[in-house]
Design a binder for this molecule. Structure first.
Ligand code: PLP
Length: 403
């Protein structure tokens, strides 16, 4: 088990108060908190070697370049990519998905089929809808069941030789469902379809191995993994990244430019036009180091304990329904009969408890359950059962005030 007291001391923000109460931060699914070592990395960058990368002969530029490329190697190692240049450093999951979706716009044709899951975040739905509008490809949806699990029986029926792409999240942000991505990837490949896995919600809890998964594209955001906002990653198999056209034109992504013709740089620079989030990339590397130091086994054990404890305690509240009861990460999405989730969230905030309320950028899931939204408490490894007690007491109080 993790030494939670020691771990909590790494996160200065956990000491603050909100409305005069100790902060209980249960909005980790939206963004995780940042340990001091990552904050120090950011301060160190701007204090000692802030410079643009790749183009400078001066010392600061070289130091910044070395650290940035070191961060890419950390990401490569963490996700077990074969080559460092299969890792594109992006602005985050949304950016990564759009790079792939816009690339396939040049490769799909009318009548091709793409499959997306019913459990997706809007950022893994809308870019593919835009792709279908541009190309005339048809979007198919893997439905879900009442537990919040994907109907894999239907998925297998949807697959056919016209299927070109399959998109699915590794873990659902709204419900926490862990999807059977190994089965999905294997089945899609039998039909020659490429698979993109949105790992935004999985990576805070699980260490994915892209080679073992044999996944074609895998994407994630640093800010859900103890890192800063505005930076993330796209893993793609070398031959597929080479096949896709660049996403944006500009500096860094070219080999030669004349007014007659431009030739593009090789990987990864082909997809990294313009000055990147240099400090963010370096801090992403530091966040990955931190999470590995804590260790994913310990993270999983702590978060499973929190999920079990929280589920039991919340289930005892009369009129409370939990959405998503399948195999899942440490997310509890719930409503109380007759009360709008926003109202519960607002009262919890006054009591120092930060949760997310609303549709969680996953409106199709809310439509499936026929609800406007939920209250979502998402736990991280630095949370405690005592904090869950505060949540439960606050929910009871909110219920009493709002009923
Ligand atoms: N996909 C999932 C499953 C998410 O939970 C999120 C963010 O909550 C995203 C994609 C979008 O991530 P970002 O806003 O970092 O691009």
């Amino acid at each position: 088990m993790l030494d939670i007291t020691k771990i909590r001391a790494d996160f200065p923000i956990l000491n603050r108060e909100v409305h005069g109460k100790p902060l209980v931060y249960f909005d980790n699914g939206a963004t995780s908190q940042t340990p001091q070592v990552v904050i120090d990395t950011i301060v160190d960058y701007y204090t000692t070697y802030n410079a643009n990368i790749h183009r400078g002969v001066h010392t600061l530029s070289q130091e910044a370049t070395d650290k940035y490329e070191e961060a890419r190697l950390k990401v490569q190692k963490h996700f077990n990519a074969k080559k460092a240049y299969e890792i594109i450093l992006t602005a985050g999951t949304t950016h990564s998905i759009n790079i792939v979706a816009s690339g396939f716009a040049a490769l799909l044709k009318e009548g091709d089929e793409v499959i997306v899951s019913a459990l997706e975040h809007h950022s893994n739905i809308v870019p593919w809808q835009m792709l279908c509008e541009k190309t005339g490809a048809v979007l198919k949806v893997i439905p879900m069941d009442e537990q919040g699990a994907l109907r894999m029986d239907v998925f297998h029926e949807l697959l056919n030789p016209k299927t070109k792409l399959v998109f699915c999240n590794h873990v659902s942000n709204a419900l926490g469902t862990i999807n059977p991505i190994e089965e999905l990837i294997h089945a899609a490949h039998k039909f020659g379809a490429y698979v993109l896995i949105d790992g935004a919600q999985a990576c805070p809890h699980i260490k994915p191995d892209v080679q073992a998964l044999d996944v074609d594209f895998y994407v994630a955001s640093a800010h859900k993994m103890c890192g800063p906002t505005g930076v993330g990653m796209l893993y793609g198999k070398e031959e597929l990244l080479n096949m896709l056209p660049p996403y944006q034109g500009g500096g860094e992504m070219i080999e030669t430019v004349t007014f007659e013709k431009t030739t593009y740089a090789g990987l990864p620079h082909k997809f990294e036009a313009g000055t990147p989030n240099i400090c963010g990339g370096i801090a992403f590397g530091a966040a990955i180091d931190y999470m590995n130091e804590v260790g994913f086994e310990g993270i999983a054990a702590q978060e499973t304990a929190l999920l079990d404890y929280g589920t039991k305690a919340l289930e005892e509240i009369d009129g409370l329904t939990i959405y998503g009861t399948s195999h899942k990460t440490s997310v509890i999405s719930f409503n109380i009969e007759g009360i709008h989730p926003y109202d519960i969230g607002a009262i919890l905030d006054k009591l120092g408890v930060a949760v997310r309320t609303g549709h969680h950028c996953a409106q199709p899931i809310m439509d499936f359950f026929g609800i406007p939204g939920t209250v979502r408490a998402s736990f991280s490894f630095y949370n405690t059962t005592e904090e869950i007690d505060v949540l439960v007491a606050a929910v009871k109080k909110a219920k009493m005030m709002l009923s």
